[in-house]
Structure formats: structure tokens, C-alpha cells
Design a protein around this ligand. Structure first.
Ligand code: EPU
Length: 338
């Protein structure tokens, strides 16, 4: 395994932030991973496990070891499940599944990132979440070097949440994920935007491939392509608020959208709050808030992570001030100067 020194992380984060990693290791096998965690010279260094780099904001140079997971392979198992290695690109896997007649993740088309990162935050879009098709995963326990299996319930999935962001944070490296996809043509078009696109195209009974195309169309029209404009998708989570508080807000802001979570709570689109606090499309030099989706912060080229973080904090403060709602950041803020 090759260890690189003082390399730019720009190609490895979709925000396109140009920070330097002191050391960088590309992990192509389990033995690479075991070797790197056993290496004495790196024992005390701060470590950053990197997948597709699509959910991080680098706020400084990383004065430690970056471990980029590049495990590859998609295997059809005899029980009909599909085992995918962590380093496979998520969208490539979605396309693979559709080409091979396996359905269930078409609504999750074009989500940036790798398969290994998908369970971390239970990726979701257009009415579907990863947990609906997730069977289990294999993860490397950093402290003992053992491989542990986590079932669906053991992952404790929630809205953009899992055990790996909470009680098990920093303890594991996800190696592979096993999926239970179906072979029927059953699709999920409950999400309004999808049915609208299909309706416009005159499609009455969409196939999973047509759903995937509709999702790609919607995402491309609203979300910036990280290859052209650096970003990490939704920067904040949609906040969940008490229904009683929401009703008070609604008296003042008649058009505020919401989704009912249960009889006591509602989810409010963070994008609406940010837009109505006046931030949508704001450009500050070489970074800002995207013009089509207020939930997405963007790097127009050469921006510093710390500046984008400061902008995120300003947005938080202004939403709090205006609506008394705290916006939680969804993106992982990386500060590696220690
Ligand atoms: N809206 C605004 N202003 C905007 C954008 C949206 O007011 O600039 C309002 C609209 O009223 C709209 C509502 O927000 O009806 C919801 O917008 P949208 O359907 O675009 O979804 P979202 O809640 O903003 C979430 C996910 C996205 C996912 C979409 C579609 C989170 C944090 N984000 O966004 O995920 O693609 O739903 O399912 O849950 C990501 O995680 O990176 C991501 C892009």
C-alpha cells in the first residue's frame, strides 16, 4: 500500500476545498486497512476516514492520516441479496441495480457519495430511505481489528441518522453493505415532484428506470453538480418542531410548508426557513447559498472551508432569530489542525 504525503484533498471532497493532508492512504483491501491501523508511525495521529467525500467540509489542513476507502465489488449472493463493497460509487450501484432488474433504490438516483457512507446517515430522497432496502453491513472495529456485522435494527437508523453518527461514532470503518432489492416493477411515486414530472411526460405506469430518470431530471434541475460547482448537498437537516410551536408560526407565515411526523411533531423544510430569512442565492465572493435550493451551500471556486462554515453559522443564527428554530448541520465539519 502506498502512503502519500502532503497531498491536496481537493479531488477527494465534493465541496472542492483545497486543503492538504499530511498523510494519505488508499485502502483497496481488508489487509491494507489492517496494516494501516497497526502501523506504529500512525498510531497517535488523528485519522479521517473518507468515502466519496460528499458530506464533509474541510475547515483546515489535515495534520494527520486520511484513509480513503476504495474497496470495490458488487456480488449477487445465493440468497438473492446483493453485497456491495464500501468504495463503490452510490449512483453507479443504482444504475447497476436497474440494469440487472433489481428495484427499490431508483428514488435514490444521483445521490453523491459511496456505498459505505450511505448507512452512516441513512441517505434518503423522494420518499425513500436506505433503511427500507438495507439488510446488514460488515464493519471493521478499529480498536480490536475485528469484523462486526450490524443488522438493520442494530444500525438504529433515523432521519439522516445511524448508530455510526451517535453511540458508535469513530469506532468503525464500514466495509460492505448487503441490500434486499426486489424484482417486481412496484414503484414509489408518493413524492409530488416525481409524479409531476411523469405526468408532464405522459407516463401513467412508470417503470423503475423511468422513476430513476425523473429523479435525475429533478435533481439536475435543482441541485448544483459538484463537478461544476463545489457543494455537499443539503448542508442542514430539516428541523423537527413541536406541532404546537408550528401552529404559532403558521399564524404569522401562512405559506410555511410542513410534513407531519406524528401527532405531536412536524418537519419543516430548512430550505424554506433559509430562503425566508433572505439567504437564497446570496453570493459572498467565491462562495454562497445556491440560487435554486437554499439548503445547499456552494463553493464557486477557491473558497475556504472556514468561510463556508462561518456562513453556515450566520444562517443558523438568522433562522434562530427569525423563527426560533435551531438548524442542525448535516455535513461533517472537519478541523484537522490538532
Ligand atoms: N423550498 C424552499 N426554498 C428552496 C427549496 C425548497 O422554500 O430553496 C421548500 C419548498 O416549499 C419545497 C420544500 O422546501 O416544497 C422541500 O424542498 P425539496 O423537495 O427540494 O426537499 P428538501 O426538504 O429541501 C430533502 C433532502 C434532500 C432530498 C430532497 C428530496 C434533507 C436535509 N434534504 O430536501 O436531500 O434530495 O428532500 O427528497 O432532508 C441531501 O441530503 O443532500 C439532499 C439533497
Amino acid at each position: 500500500m502506498k502512503i502519500l504525503e502532503n497531498i491536496s484533498l481537493k479531488p477527494y471532497n465534493t465541496f472542492g476545498i483545497d486543503c492538504t493532508a499530511r498523510y494519505f492512504a488508499l485502502i483497496e483491501s481488508l489487509s491494507d486497512l489492517m496494516e494501516i491501523f497497526a502501523a506504529r508511525e500512525f498510531l497517535k495521529l488523528q485519522k479521517l476516514i473518507l468515502g466519496g467525500g460528499s458530506n464533509i467540509l474541510l475547515c483546515s489542513d489535515f495534520n494527520g492520516l486520511v484513509i480513503k476507502i476504495d474497496l470495490k465489488g458488487i456480488d449477487l449472493l445465493t440468497d438473492g441479496s446483493i453485497k456491495v463493497q464500501a468504495g463503490e460509487n452510490w449512483h453507479d450501484f443504482v444504475l447497476w441495480s436497474l440494469e440487472n432488474g433489481y428495484n427499490g433504490i431508483e428514488n435514490l438516483s444521483l445521490i453523491p457519495g459511496n456505498v459505505g457512507a450511505a448507512p452512516m446517515q441513512n441517505i434518503g430522497a423522494y420518499g425513500v430511505e436506505l433503511k427500507e432496502v438495507f439488510l446488514d453491513l460488515e464493519a471493521f472495529h478499529i480498536e480490536t481489528g475485528e469484523i462486526h456485522v450490524f443488522t438493520n435494527s442494530q444500525c438504529e437508523f433515523g432521519y439522516r441518522e445511524s448508530v455510526f453518527k451517535n453511540s458508535r461514532k469513530g469506532e468503525y470503518v464500514i466495509l460492505s453493505v448487503r441490500f434486499n432489492l426486489h424484482k417486481t416493477d412496484e414503484v414509489d411515486i408518493r413524492y409530488g415532484a416525481i409524479s409531476k414530472v411523469l405526468e408532464n411526460q405522459g407516463i401513467l405506469h412508470p417503470t423503475p428506470k423511468q422513476i430513476s430518470n425523473a429523479v435525475i431530471y429533478i435533481r439536475e434541475s435543482k441541485l448544483p453538480d459538484p463537478k461544476k460547482i463545489g457543494n455537499s448537498g443539503s448542508f442542514f437537516k430539516n428541523p423537527v418542531v413541536l406541532k404546537s410551536d408550528f401552529l404559532l408560526l403558521q399564524e404569522q407565515y401562512k405559506d410555511i410548508p410542513s410534513y407531519l411526523i406524528n401527532s405531536l411533531e412536524v418537519k419543516v423544510p430548512a430550505a424554506w426557513l433559509i430562503e425566508n430569512a433572505g439567504w437564497k442565492g446570496k453570493v459572498i465572493g467565491n462562495y454562497g447559498v445556491h440560487k435554486n435550493q437554499a439548503l445547499v451551500l456552494v463553493n464557486y471556486g477557491g473558497a475556504k472551508g472556514a468561510d463556508i462554515y462561518e456562513l453556515a453559522q450566520k444562517i443558523q443564527a438568522s433562522v434562530k432569530n427569525r423563527f426560533d428554530i435551531h438548524l442542525q448541520m448535516e455535513v461533517n465539519i472537519i478541523n484537522g489542525t490538532n
